[in-house]
Ligand binder design. Structure first.
Ligand code: 13P
Ligand code: ZN
Length: 271
């Protein structure tokens, strides 16, 4: 059996959580990540037939029965994952009943997966339908994105458009736009259902006055989506109180879309 601490998926989670912490996106226990793993790859590191204990999930994830995920622990600090991955991360498999999970590794202090597990697993289901290659769901509290939700209308078209205007790369990175949810109580099945509904259509979902969800085929892709939104939100806030002398116009965005052959939300432009 190979050493689990050398597994690329454990090392990837360590590196990404440390990066997100250093970006200032994940104060205290803020943020959570889940990544679907390949069962055969996990079996090189763990005896997947010997679960440590059962974890009640409190919602139905039948579509994911037998799937294995590495997930950040609830209440755990991203800044501490690198030093003690076995305590701050867990590897779980959705059990045969679809409502419990088998813990295969981690949460060594008796911990549990993130309180946002409903939003994560329900979003995995949505994204796998949209793109079978999707593996990662990432939630974070990036400062400027969060600040923008206090001063900008929480309207998907207007929010996406304001971000597309801020950096040339935005429409290229997220041509499908951003889903936006109003403020809701977090950690509930309700916010999970609402997030997953948006994830059918969008790879990015803003939670008003809370944070953002991103997804992707790997950790870099989910991170890069959030990073691009956060950069644009920072530029928006740096300029929101100043007279706008220049901007990227809608015809410019159309030119970009043509040049990069983008399948973009045309209805989010005013032409
Ligand atoms: P967890 O510590 O349960 O992952 O919660 C953090 C968070 O960001 C809640 O939205
Ligand atoms: Zn949060």
């Amino acid at each position: 059996m190979k050493d689990i601490f050398t597994a690329p998926f454990v090392k990837g989670m360590m590196k990404t959580t440390a990066n997100m912490y250093r970006m200032g996106w994940d104060e205290r226990n803020g943020g959570n990540i889940s990544m679907m793993l390949d069962n055969d790859e996990v079996a090189e590191y763990l005896d997947i037939n010997k679960p440590i204990r059962k974890i009640e999930m409190g919602f139905d994830a039948k579509e994911l029965i037998g799937k294995i995920f590495i997930v950040t622990g609830t209440g755990k600090y991203f800044k501490n994952v690198e030093d003690d991955p076995e305590c701050n991360l867990g590897i779980i498999r959705v059990a045969e009943d679809g409502v419990t999970a088998d813990l295969l590794w981690g949460y060594s202090d008796g911990g549990r997966p993130t309180s946002e597990l409903p939003a994560h697993l329900m979003s995995h289901i949505s994204r796998l339908h949209a793109n079978p290659e999707n593996r990662v769901i990432m939630h974070s509290h990036p400062t400027n994105t969060l600040a923008m939700t206090y001063v900008h209308e929480l309207d998907e078209k207007k929010f996406t458009h304001s971000l597309w205007e801020m950096c040339t790369e935005c429409i290229v990175v997220f041509p499908d736009g951003i889903g936006v949810l109003p403020w809701m109580v977090c950690g509930t099945n309700e916010i999970g259902i609402a997030t997953a509904e948006k994830m059918k259509e969008f790879r990015l979902v803003i939670w008003g006055q809370h944070g953002i969800y991103g997804c992707g085929k790997d950790l870099d892709e989910a991170f890069g989506l959030i990073e691009t939104v956060e950069k644009a939100a920072q530029l928006y806030l740096m300029t929101a109180h100043l007279p706008r002398v220049n901007t990227i116009t809608d015809p410019d965005l159309v030119e970009l879309a043509k040049a990069f052959k983008l399948d973009y939300r045309k209805d989010y432009l005013d032409l």
